[in-house]
Each structure stands twice: as C-alpha cells, then as structure tokens.
Write a protein that binds this ligand. Structure first.
Ligand SMILES: NC(=O)C1=CN([C@@H]2O[C@H](COP(=O)(O)OP(=O)(O)OC[C@H]3O[C@@H](n4cnc5c(N)ncnc54)[C@H](OP(=O)(O)O)[C@@H]3O)[C@@H](O)[C@H]2O)[C@@H](O)CC1
Ligand SMILES: Nc1ncnc2c1ncn2[C@@H]1O[C@H](COP(=O)(O)OP(=O)(O)O)[C@@H](O)[C@H]1O
Ligand SMILES: [K+]
Length: 470
C-alpha cells in the first residue's frame, strides 16, 4: 500500500523523531537521499552543472546540503537564493564544498535545476522571482528535480490553483503527500522517489493499492466453488442507441471474478451481447450484485434503478444510471463511477471545478449521497462516505478512449458480485483496468474492447506475483 499523509501528520511525526535524534539528522538523511536521486537522474556527477533554487525554509536547506554533496563529488553547483533567509548552515556547507551563489542567468546552461523553493511549509503559487527562474528552466529545456514536491502546488489537496513547478522527478521524504497522488498536482510531480527517513506515521487517509495489495484482495475461487458461489452479476446496460456499451461492459464483467453474468435489457441488445459472449444468460434471476447504467441513454428506468438501490444487493451505478441517484435511503453498498462531467452534474457545479478540485468533490459526493465514489480521470480517486480515500495512479493516457468506462463498470461490478466491498471493488477494479490498458496499449493506441481483452492477463500477472508495471 502506498500511503499519503497530510502536512499536519508529517509535522507531528517529524517533531517526535527530531526530539530523539541529534539536530540536523533528518535533514542530512533527506539531503543524502536527494543527492543520490539527482545523480541517478543526470547520470553523472563529475562536471555536471546543477542550479539550486533556494527558498527561505528547510526545503531550501535540503537542496543546499544535497548541492554540497554533489559539489564534493565534482559537480559545479550554483545556488540561486530566492530569499535573504536561505538556510545559513546549508549555504555555508555548500560554499565550503566549492559551490557558489549565482543568478537565474546560470539556468540556461544547467544540466538540472533543483526546486528547493518551498516544501510542506509552502502556500500555493510562486513569487515573481521564483516564477522567473522556473520559466527560465522551461524555456531552456532544463529538467527540474523537485525537493519534496513541485513548489506552488497545494500539498494537502493536490490542487494547482496558480503557478507551480512542473518537475521531471520529485524526491520526497518519509512518506508520500497527497499532492503526489491526486491530479492535477500529481501530474506535475513526474515520477516520485521516496527517501526513507525513519518517520513513525499514523494511518493515512489517502492510500494507493500496489500489486501485492491487489493480490491479497482479489476474490479467488476455492476448491468447492461453483458458478453461483463465485458470484453472479446482473448487468443493466446498453440501449438501442448505445448497444455497444452492453457488449463492452459484459466483456469487462466476464474478465472479473464472477461465475455467471445475467444481462437484462432490450432483446436486440441481448442478442448482441450473446453474439459476443454466448455464456451470458439473458433475463432476471438471483444475483449477488448489479452493474447499472452504462449506455442506457434515454432508456433509463428510474423507478427500477431506485428499487435496486433500495434492495440489499450491492449496486454499481455508472453513466446514465447516475441520473436515478438521490440523497435518500441507505446507500452503504452503492458504488458510483462518474467522470468529472457526471460528478459535476450530480453536485450542481461546473465540470472544470471538479477537475481542479478532484479530491474535495469526490469526498463531497460520497458524503452527500452516502455512496462510495469512483471519480474517473487521469488519476482515479475513490472516496468513501467516512472520508477514506484510495487513488489509482497507474493508468496510461491511452485509456482515455470511448467505452473504457464501460469496461471499468463491468469489472468493478464483477468484483462487487465476487464479494468485495465497494471501496475494495473500486480500487482493485481501477488498478486492474489500468494494468490491462498498459498491456493493451504498450505505448500506442488501444480500443476499449482490447483493454477488456487484457484484463484477464493483467489479473494473472498480479496473482502470479509478477509486477507488470501496472
Ligand atoms: N517534515 C520532515 O519530516 C522533513 C522535512 N524536511 C524538509 O523541510 C521542508 C519543510 O520546511 P519548512 O517547514 O521550513 O517549510 P518550507 O516548505 O521550506 O517553506 C518555508 C517558508 O517559505 C515561505 N513560503 C511559503 N509559501 C511560499 C511561496 N508560495 N513562495 C515563496 N515562499 C513561500 C514561508 O515563509 P514566509 O514567506 O511566510 O516568510 C514558509 O515559512 C520539507 O518540505 C522538506 O523539504 C527535511 O529536511 C527533513 C524531514
Ligand atoms: N488522461 C487519462 N489517463 C489515464 N486514464 C484516463 C485518462 N482519461 C480518462 N481515463 C480513464 O479512462 C476511462 C474513461 O471512462 P469514461 O470517461 O467513462 O469513458 P466512456 O464513457 O467513453 O466509457 C476511465 O477509466 C478513466 O479513469
Ligand atoms: K519544492
């Protein structure tokens, strides 16, 4: 499990640890890890040109001490001081090691710029001098390694209300922060490298499943299992307007753990589903969970969906099905899978607002409708009514293709029917969906059906303990 802690939690853990260690120990641990990560990033140290952007706090201190270590190994290190309060001991150490103080003019010829402007003590945004330095790096194509996080992002929400650094690599300390996992800030981090510094942290409110977690959660058939005990999913999807959605969702569902899929919908669509998947049973019957809504268009039967929402079986509500959701009733076992536009409609706000504040709106909808919310997008945010959040960050942008959401709805519905609770079904489903997309895409385009076609292989790789880079 990858954990993302709040600034408050990190500060408390830092204070507790610092009280037991000689002064400066934590910063030295951070700076050592940072220097190693920077040298790995540029590939060589001797003769490398490194420019440090140094703000007024300990984030700048980390950059200065890392600069000192690189200078001792023969790098040319120049500190651009963005404040007259730059960490005095760090600056002295850099100068003794042969580094010097320079200006933004030095950025043009640098191999790497190190962003030590602000860390967890930062407010969103960049002051003019910092912004000018960052723009100089961008203009000259000099990659930026961010210390702890790209300066200017909102650390605890992942929002980027104004100017911020766009890093090629982020080196963080002790634990991940929320901005590393939630877009749009996560997209500004580049790959995130975690340096252990020994913090003892409480449970995190935001987590991200890793391969081993997915393996541990996946519902496996047992020796005595039959097709019913493995779980039966009822699928209400597709319409004369969008028959393909039913076929695609069925493909996603059958690639999940269920033993049987029942399809309920117009005869012509049922025929298309059974032409693609002869194993699908058409018509009502007992099910362990429902997946409702993909491609229903105008053929949504609101009364029927509300009846299912009020029944005991877990329900996944997607796309057009979301129109039947209201705030009444007990929705403990309901998982909704909107994209930003659909969540915006549910909450009565603009889509751009949801996109800019994804964590906030996913949590808000979970609480307001008493459901688990899976908010789709470049990073998938899954929020429970009690505020617990999981994030999936392993998707490729090639997954942004028509029908990909139908695959996800089928797969997550299948996991619900297989016995997972909505939070686990959503997070395991999002992980495997993205892993399948990575296999299908392999760096190029892939259709939704091709993604669905790779879910079984992605699952097999997870279960066989092979990390597919998902
Ligand atoms: N926690 C840990 O476990 C460890 C932490 N470590 C490191 O310490 C870092 C935190 O350091 P920190 O607390 O000194 O805060 P930091 O982020 O450097 O900001 C300082 C000052 O910046 C200012 N400022 C604010 N916003 C601004 C803006 N937008 N633009 C410009 N300036 C802005 C504001 O001052 P003001 O402007 O209010 O005078 C604020 O007080 C952490 O990220 C990590 O790198 C590691 O060394 C070891 C382990
Ligand atoms: N930029 C992106 N990077 C990675 N995954 C994405 C990106 N944009 C969308 N996705 C994923 O692609 C899928 C698209 O689903 P959706 O918007 O419902 O499409 P559709 O309705 O056509 O099926 C979701 O799983 C979403 O998380
Ligand atoms: K930073």
């Amino acid at each position: 499990m990858r954990h993302a802690h709040t600034v408050e939690q990190v500060r408390a853990a830092e204070a507790e640890l610092m009280a037991r260690l000689p002064e400066g120990t934590l910063m030295q641990r951070a700076a050592t890890g940072l220097a190693v990560a920077i040298s790995n990033f540029i590939g060589h140290v001797y003769g490398a040109r490194v420019v440090l952007l140094v703000g007024s706090g300990d984030n700048g201190g980390d950059a200065l001490y890392a600069g000192e270590k690189l200078a001792r190994r023969g790098a040319g290190v120049i500190a651009v001081l963005l404040s007259d309060k730059a960490h005095p001991a760090g600056l002295a150490a850099l100068l003794v090691a042969g580094g010097r103080v320079g200006s933004t003019e030095d950025i043009a010829t640098a191999d790497v710029v190190v962003d030590g402007i602000v860390g967890i003590g930062g407010r969103p945004g960049l002051k003019p001098q910092a912004l000018a330095a960052v723009q100089a790096a961008e203009e000259h194509g000099v990659p930026i390694v961010a210390v702890d996080m790209p300066s200017g992002v909102d650390v605890d929400t992942g929002e980027t209300p104004t100017e911020h650094v766009k890093a090629a690599l982020t080196v963080t300390f002790g634990t991940h922060k929320i901005c590393h996992l939630i877009d749009p800030a996560a997209a500004a981090c580049g790959p995130v490298h975690l340096v252990e510094i020994g913090l003892d942290l409480p449970p995190a409110g935001v987590q991200s499943l890793q391969t081993a977690d997915v393996r541990a959660l996946y519902p496996l058939p047992r020796g005595e299992s039959d097709k019913y005990s493995r779980g039966v999913l009822g699928l209400i999807a597709g319409s004369s307007q969008y028959p393909g959605a039913a076929v695609i969702a069925a493909t996603g569902a059958l690639a999940g753990p269920i033993g049987m899929l029942r399809y309920i919908g117009p005869d012509s669509v049922a025929e298309a589903v059974r032409a693609a998947h002869p194993e699908v049973v058409a018509g009502e019957g007992r099910v362990q969970a429902w997946a409702v809504g993909s491609g229903l268009g105008d053929e949504l039967d609101v009364a029927k969906v509300r009846e299912l929402l009020d029944a005991e079986e877990p329900v996944l509500l997607d796309a057009d099905g979301l129109k039947a959701l209201d705030e009444s009733g007990d929705h403990d076992e309901v998982l909704i899978t909107p994209h930003a536009g659909e969540l915006a409609r549910l909450l009565g706000v603009e889509r751009t607002v949801v996109e800019a504040e994804r964590l906030k709106h996913a949590r808000m909808a979970a609480e307001q409708f008493d459901v688990t919310v899976l908010l789709k997008g470049s990073t998938t945010v899954i929020a429970r009514p009690d505020g617990e959040v999981r994030v999936n960050t392993n998707a490729t942008a090639w997954l942004a293709t028509a029908g990909a959401g139908d695959v996800l709805a089928g797969l997550c519905g299948s996991l619900l029917a297989g016995g997972l609770n909505p939070l686990d079904a959503a997070s395991v489903g999002a992980y495997l969906h993205a892993a399948a997309a990575n296999l299908a895409s392999a760096g190029g385009p892939a259709t939704a059906i091709q993604v669905a076609g790779k879910v079984a292989e992605a699952t097999r790789l997870v279960l066989l303990e092979i990390d597919s880079g998902g």
